[in-house]
Structure formats: structure tokens, C-alpha cells
Design a protein around this ligand. Sequence first.
Ligand code: HEC
Length: 161
Amino acid sequence: MEFKVKSAFRFGVLVALIGSIGLGAFFQPNAIAIPSSNPAPEIVPVDTNMHDFMEGMFQAPYRRLKEAIAAEPKDNSGWKAIRSDVLILAEGSNILVLRKPEKDQAKWDEFSLASKQAGEMAFKAAKQKNFAETRKAYEAMLVHCNDCHKTFANGKHQLAP
Ligand code: HEC
């Protein structure tokens, strides 16, 4: 008898507990909902024009890379120099999509993505110290750089690999 009373009491406590959690959730939906008042921060590029952007972000790594990749590196620091500049150009191409022109945005994105992908391939090949593949991907990247310059820079800045 005592046992039954105890277990009935325990059962009652359990029901009350579950019930109050349920009610709490029902009356305070915000207490358990994932906060929605924290939207992802908007990524806004630094306030510069395209000329200053290309000159500041792309010109120096391109010039260094052209020299570093002219012949197969002899030591690790030569490979490191290639990896670094190819990565700067690949990631730089990625963020070009934040600087869309007013017209032909699809073309702009296409050239940027192609340049990023070729740069990424060059980076991966450089990690393997595979010079032939690194050089091939680097040359492919420059074709995409130049494609964009043909369309969006009046054909200027045709860069030699
Ligand atoms: C999506 C388009 C686009 C891509 C991709 C692109 N560029 Fe450019 N780039 C431009 C435009 C537009 C200009 C001309 C800016 C101006 O002077 O108004 C330019 C200019 C340049 C210049 C000349 C800067 C100066 O001082 O006059 C260099 C160097 C350059 N780009 C390097 C590169 C390299 C290297 C790549 C590839 C890794 C590349 N760009 C990819 C759009 C692009």
C-alpha cells in the first residue's frame, strides 16, 4: 500500500514536471526558440574604386609571382613564395564578386570564379611541389584575368604569364 502511494506520488510529480515544461514552452516561445535577432553581419568591401583595388591587391602579387614561377623553385622558400601569391590572387578573385559592375554582372562573376578556381588549382599543385601542374594552372588563371580585362577594362592590362 505504502509502495503504491509513493509511486503514485512520484508519477504525479513527473506529470507536473513535464506539464510545466510544456506549458513554459507554450507560453514563452522565445525562451526556447533560437534567437533570430542576430542576423549574419553583412560583408561590405573596403571603399575603393576598381583601379585602386587591382593596383593594391593584384598588381604586387602578380609581379612577384611572375618572377617566382619563371623556373622551378630550388628550395622550400621558393615554393612558399609561389603558394602565398597564388593564394592571394585566388582569394582576391573570390572577393571580386563583392565589387560587381553595374552591367554584365553574370560575366563578371564568371571571370572571377574561373580565376579563383585556376588559382586554387595552382595552390594545390604548389603544395605538392608539382611544377608542371602549378605552371599550367597559373597560366590558365592569367587567361581568366585577361578575359575580364578584355571585357571590363577596354582590353587594357593584358598580362603575360
Ligand atoms: C572580374 C574582373 C577582373 C578579374 C577576374 C581580374 N581583374 Fe584585374 N582588373 C579589372 C579591371 C576592371 C581593371 C581596370 C581597373 C581600372 O584601372 O579602372 C583591372 C586592372 C588590373 C591591373 C592594372 C592595375 C593598375 O595599376 O592599373 C592589374 C595589374 C590586374 N588587373 C591584375 C589582375 C590579375 C593578376 C588578375 C587575375 C589573377 C586579375 N587582374 C583579374 C578586373 C578584373
